[in-house]
Design a protein around this ligand. Structure first.
Ligand SMILES: [Ca+2]
Length: 292
């Protein structure tokens, strides 16, 4: 996966800036001929394809976004034998009111609708009409790790876009754009709330305070990664749909790039200022448009 998609963002660092541009077919891992370990059989490739495409109803309707490519090493929650505990207990106790419910009886055709009817009003935070919040002067920063292995990140992007769409029918003279009160920051490489291979340390609290109290909207949030207390990499988080675009030209010739902001020169490793700009990446958008 990483061998195929890591460098699309211009930096080989174990992190995929925008996994939506990564088109990966697990068939490349399928065993061929007399190949021994380290490869997958046909059934395993089929299972992986299902994981990458997300759950679908018997009629082919997408029921949920899928896990994003790039965080596979933390997928044990959903790839270990049997269902993950949270959804299993949710259906057993909240939907079927039976702690001994057998998950093997789960019916994709009916049980999702049943669950939505019984618990959606309480559990789903999906109402995109934030006009009252906006008109009351509210500011909202939402962030989501692209490698989140528990709550699938594409769902948060879908929500942001639904808010944008919903508010076009309720324009406001003071806040003409969604981004004037609501910004979404996707965090490349971060797993559920923290951790992962990316930059998971950032101060969203300071950003929302500056926005609410001083009117300074966050055009980027500086993030870093710490190992043993030391900053080992930095990267700006960008308001969706912008992404951090690596500006490699700023590095002088002769330097070797090991990661987003680390330059190794002779025997000395130094962390240099971020070499990224936040921008809507025209090339990636072109790829995404062609694939949608
Ligand atoms: Ca990368």
């Amino acid at each position: 996966m990483l061998a195929q998609c890591d460098t699309i963002d211009g930096v080989e660092d174990g992190v995929i800036e925008d996994p939506r541009v990564c088109k990966f077919d697990p068939a490349v891992l399928q065993c061929s001929g007399s190949q021994g370990g380290g490869c997958l059989d046909e059934a395993q490739v089929g299972a992986l394809r299902k994981i990458y495409s997300g759950p679908v109803s018997p009629t082919g309707e997408s029921l949920s976004p899928a896990l994003a490519p790039g965080g596979e090493t933390t997928w044990s929650l959903v790839t270990s034998p049997g269902p993950a505990q949270i959804p299993k207990e949710y259906f057993a106790r909240s939907v079927f009111k039976n702690p001994n419910w057998d998950w093997r009886t789960f019916d994709f055709a009916d049980d999702i609708d049943l669950a939505r009817r019984l618990t959606g009003e309480v559990l789903d935070a999906t109402n995109p009409d934030l006009s009252a919040f906006r008109d009351g002067g509210g500011k909202l920063i939402l962030y989501h790790g692209w490698n989140d292995q528990v709550i699938f990140p594409q769902g948060t992007i879908d929500y942001y876009e639904r808010v944008e769409a919903a508010l076009t029918t309720k324009p406001s003279t003071t806040n003409p754009e969604t981004s004037d009160f609501f910004r979404l920051f996707m965090v490349p490489g971060m797993t559920h709330c923290r951790g992962g291979t990316g930059t998971d340390q950032f101060n969203a609290q300071a950003a929302i305070e500056a926005w609410v109290e001083r009117g300074i909207a966050p055009d980027r949030i500086e993030a870093n990664r710490r190992e043993d207390g030391a900053v080992t990499r930095t990267r700006p988080l960008c308001p969706y749909p912008q992404t951090a675009v690596y500006d490699g030209d700023r590095l002088a010739a002769g330097h070797r790039i090991d990661g987003p902001a680390i330059v190794e020169e002779a025997a000395t490793t130094v962390v240099i200022p971020p070499n990224y700009v936040c921008a809507v990446d025209k090339i990636k958008n072109y790829i995404l448009t062609r694939r949608s």
